[in-house]
Write a protein that binds this ligand. Structure first.
Ligand code: C2E
Ligand code: CA
Ligand code: CA
Length: 250
C-alpha cells in the first residue's frame, strides 16, 4: 500500500493514449487513455500487473482522477487545434460507477477544456461485476445529462452479462481483441462479431473493435459494419505528449 501511495505522490501513474479511428473514413476521431505505472521513473508497468491490487485497495478512484487531470491539462493547451468532434475515453473501474464523484469529475474535465468538439466517454469492463443500484443508475443518468457516453468494454469475455445492456443505458459496445484476432481465420469469430454488431444496431449502439493489427482485420471489420477501430495498425498507446506530437503536430 505504501508503495502505491508514494507512487501517487511522485506522479508515477501516467496516461498513455491510443488513437480511435472511424472505420469508414479512416479518420482520427478520438483516443483511449490507458494507465501506466512509471515505476521509480525507470520502468513502465502495464495495468494488468497492478490494477486488481489497487482496485481491492480502493486507490483506483484517486489514480483515475490524477490521470484525468493530466489529460485535461494537455488538451486545454491544444484545444485550438481541434475543430472536429474528438472523443477522449477513460477506463473506469466498476466501483467508480457507484460514486457520484465521477459525475463531478467529468463535469470539471469538460468545463476546464471548454470545447464543443471534445467529448468524453467512459469504458466499463464486463470482467468486473457492475452492481445495478440506485446510485449507479444516478451516475449513468448524471453522465448522460452531461453528454458523456458509456462503453461496455471486453464485451462477451466476462460474465457475458447481457443484463448490463438491459439495466444500464450504454452507448457503445467494445468488441474485444480476442475476437478480432481470429477474424478471417476462424469462422466462429466472424459470426460472433456479426451477431454483436447486429445486436448493437438493434439497440442503436455504436461498436468499436479493439486489437486491430492487420489490414485484413480492418477490412473485415468494415465489411461487418463495425463503426470504429483501434489497434497497433493505427498506433500503439503513446505517452500523452508523444501522442499529441504525433497526431496534432504532424
Ligand atoms: P482494455 O481496456 O481492453 O485495453 C486494451 C488493451 O489492449 C490495452 O492494454 C492496449 O495497450 C492493448 N492493445 C491495444 N491495441 C492492441 C493491439 O492491436 N494488439 C494487442 N495485442 N493489444 C492491443 P493495456 O494498456 O496493457 O491495458 C490492459 C487493461 O487494463 C485494459 O484493457 C483495461 O481493462 C485496464 N486499464 C487500462 N487503463 C486503465 C485505467 O485507467 N483504469 C482502469 N480501471 N483500468 C485500466
Ligand atoms: Ca478499454
Ligand atoms: Ca479489451
Amino acid at each position: 500500500m505504501d508503495v502505491i501511495k508514494s507512487a501517487i505522490v511522485n506522479n508515477e501513474f501516467i496516461p498513455f493514449l491510443q488513437p480511435l479511428i472511424e472505420s469508414k473514413s479512416g479518420k482520427l476521431v478520438g483516443c483511449e487513455v490507458l494507465l501506466r505505472w512509471n515505476y521509480k521513473n525507470s520502468v513502465i508497468i502495464h495495468p494488468d500487473e497492478f490494477i486488481s491490487f489497487i482496485e481491492i485497495n480502493a486507490m483506483i478512484i484517486e489514480i483515475t482522477k490524477g490521470i484525468m487531470y493530466q489529460v485535461e491539462c494537455a488538451f486545454k493547451d491544444i484545444v485550438y487545434k481541434i475543430s472536429e468532434s474528438f472523443t477522449i475515453g477513460f477506463n473506469i473501474s466498476a466501483t467508480h460507477c457507484n460514486d457520484m464523484d465521477i459525475v463531478n469529475d467529468c463535469c470539471f474535465f469538460l468545463s476546464a477544456i471548454d470545447s464543443e468538439y471534445i467529448h468524453l466517454n467512459l469504458e466499463i469492463t464486463e470482467r468486473e461485476y457492475l452492481q445495478h443500484t440506485t446510485v449507479s443508475q444516478q451516475v449513468f443518468n448524471g453522465l448522460h445529462d452531461l453528454g458523456v457516453t458509456l462503453s461496455i468494454d471486453d464485451f462477451g469475455t466476462g460474465y457475458s452479462n447481457l443484463i448490463y445492456l438491459q439495466d444500464f443505458n450504454f452507448d457503445i459496445i467494445k468488441i474485444d481483441k480476442k475476437f478480432v484476432k481470429y477474424v478471417g481465420i476462424n469462422n466462429t469469430s466472424d459470426d460472433i462479431i456479426s451477431c454483436v454488431v447486429s445486436l448493437a444496431e438493434h439497440l442503436k449502439l455504436k461498436t468499436v473493435a479493439e486489437g486491430v493489427e492487420t489490414n485484413i482485420q480492418a477490412d473485415r471489420m468494415r465489411e461487418l459494419n463495425v463503426d470504429y477501430l483501434q489497434g497497433y495498425l493505427y498506433g500503439h498507446p503513446l505517452p500523452l505528449n508523444s501522442f499529441i506530437d504525433t497526431w496534432f503536430y504532424n
